[in-house]
Design a protein around this ligand. Structure first.
Ligand code: SAM
Length: 335
């Protein structure tokens, strides 16, 4: 990995500081995912009985992978935004290798070290696969491959679009569309679960008196990156669900934050900075109001309409808790 990618990543830490010290204290969502955060995330989503996104999406991908891959010319390359452990990508990799013999896969993820490790494992597992990991932000990764001549299947799974601030989602899909050429496809995996009780259970720490391993890791990371003294025992993991009408354009969403259980100061030694937390103050775990959106089918279709893409395929599970949607640039359809 070139040093320019490392420089970009250290510049991003400055963004974490400005988020922490802004009026609405928050951290960018991507900051939760370093190597350890990615490992904990993967382990949690694979084993949790109450967080069902992984299970639903994996089942849908296994059932419909042939239909999805057939939306593309062959041979094509595979690009994945926010690839993490690439564990649900395996059925797609296998279907594409079966169809075209060999495959190039470009996983794009901010957790650079983690995806480099995953990439080496994938190459050991599939001899017909070449993996070119890009450690960085979604759009930088997409720009990095946009000029390649091969048709591209771009995956954006795990309801990751639902982590993007609500008022930036249309612009993001539109920007992705701008990097697609004729024949390219974008496949989104989106959470449609609007069951408040189930969601609150799924997004809360399993141990009500402590933080989840994922949030513990976030605080460890913050203390390590900035030589800080944030005390895990003085923050509570708090979740609520903001429900919107299914027939409106705005998705429902989970809001998640750490609530300061007393008045306290967090020192970030490396920066010579002190952040004050009055009792009850919230530290949001997302840039926008949404930690994770929950979309109705109407909202998925409206998002596509507003982003200049056409829905070429839509697959939902029986309980309508999750969907995969295959999108093509409008220009491609009109041509
Ligand atoms: C919700 S996880 C999904 C992981 C995996 N795709 C799955 O479905 O299980 C989101 C992933 O996106 C990555 N990520 C989050 N924000 C990012 C950003 N702005 N740019 C690049 N990667 C990002 C995280 O590191 C994490 O691996």
């Amino acid at each position: 990995m070139g040093s320019s990618q490392n420089d970009v990543i250290s510049a991003q830490l400055k963004h974490v500081v400005s988020s922490l010290t802004s009026d609405r204290k928050h951290v960018p969502h991507w900051y939760l995912y370093d190597t350890r955060g990615s490992e904990v995330f993967e382990q949690t989503v694979r084993t949790s009985s109450s967080y069902t996104v992984w299970k639903h999406e994996h089942a849908l991908l296994r059932s419909h992978v042939t239909d999805i891959v057939s939306q593309m010319p062959s041979p094509a390359m595979l690009v994945e935004l926010g690839s993490g452990a690439s564990s649900k990508t395996r059925p797609v990799i296998e279907a594409m290798i079966k169809r075209q013999g060999v495959l190039t896969y470009v996983p794009v993820d901010i957790a650079k070290d983690y995806i480099e490790q995953v990439s080496r494992e994938l190459e050991r597992e599939y001899s017909a696969l070449t993996v070119e990991p890009f450690g960085g932000l979604f759009m930088d990764g997409l720009r990095h491959v946009a000029g390649r001549p091969e048709p591209k299947l771009v995956l954006f799974l795990g309801n990751s679009l639902g982590n993007v601030p609500i008022d930036e989602q249309v612009a993001m899909v539109n920007e992705v569309r701008g990097h697609l050429s004729a024949g390219d496809r974008l496949v989104l995996g989106l959470d449609m679960n609007a069951d408040r009780k189930a969601l609150l259970k799924g997004y809360r720490a399993e141990n009500p008196r402590g933080l989840s391993p994922f949030l513990n890791n976030f605080i460890d990371r913050l203390n390590k990156d900035f030589d800080g003294d944030m005390d895990k025992t003085k923050f509570e993991d708090t979740v609520d669900f903001v429900q919107s009408p299914a027939e409106g354009d705005t998705p429902s969403y989970i809001r998640k934050y750490l609530k300061s259980s007393e008045s306290q100061r967090v020192h970030l030694g490396k920066l010579g900075l002190t952040v004050n937390f009055p009792a009850g103050e919230k530290l949001y775990l997302s840039e926008g109001p949404n930690y994770s959106c929950k979309f109705s089918q109407h909202q998925v279709r409206r998002l596509a309409e507003k982003s200049g893409v056409t829905v070429k395929g839509f697959w939902a599970n029986e309980e309508a808790k999750f969907c995969l949607v295959c999108l093509a640039p409008n220009e491609d359809i009109a041509a």
